[in-house]
Design a binder for this molecule. Structure first.
Ligand code: UDP
Ligand code: MG
Length: 141
């Protein structure tokens, strides 16, 4: 069993897509483990996207992701990381097939509705960042 971190971005929340998106994940037989509407701080956003810190679009990405509430979620199931990425689609909505969330509901690269962890390593890091009580870090003694 695998867990992944999924986040509906401010554009998805503002456009009223929370219910539709959750429905798609449930239809795929993934199980919702945690969900919380949150306003990210700039610090949290920078930590979440730290691998992209050198990219030219980084500052715009941080401004966008902190521009309104996001729906932070943990989903669970066999191959949950790959299954979620498949539901979400390609990074650029124009290259994301109809039937995917980005293909159906987004048009532009910088406002593409939703985030999903891209590997086991990022899923563990992102779940720990957003929901530290879900798997409390083991204390080293
Ligand atoms: N992004 C952007 N411009 C780019 C590439 C990415 O604004 O040229 C944004 C986009 O919102 C994307 C996010 O940065 O979802 C994270 O980029 P990543 O490559 O991790 O894509 P994802 O994993 O979200 O598909
Ligand atoms: Mg990514």
């Amino acid at each position: 069993m695998e867990q992944t971190f999924v986040m509906i971005k401010p554009d998805g929340v503002q456009h009223g897509l929370v219910g539709t998106i959750i429905q798609r994940f449930e239809n795929k037989r993934l199980r919702l483990v945690r969900a919380e509407l949150r306003q990210l701080t700039v610090e949290q956003a920078k930590e979440h996207y730290r691998d992209l810190a050198t990219k030219p679009f980084f500052n715009d990405l941080i401004a966008f992701i902190t521009s309104g509430e996001v729906m932070a979620m943990v989903w669970e199931g066999p191959h949950a990381i790959k299954a979620a990425r498949s539901l979400i689609g390609a990074t650029n909505p124009l290259e994301s097939p109809t039937g995917t969330i980005r293909g159906d509901f987004a048009l532009e690269l910088d406002s593409n509705i939703i985030h999903g962890s891209d590997s086991l390593e990022s899923a563990e890091r992102e779940i720990q960042l957003f929901f530290p009580n879900l798997h409390p870090a083991k204390s080293v003694s």
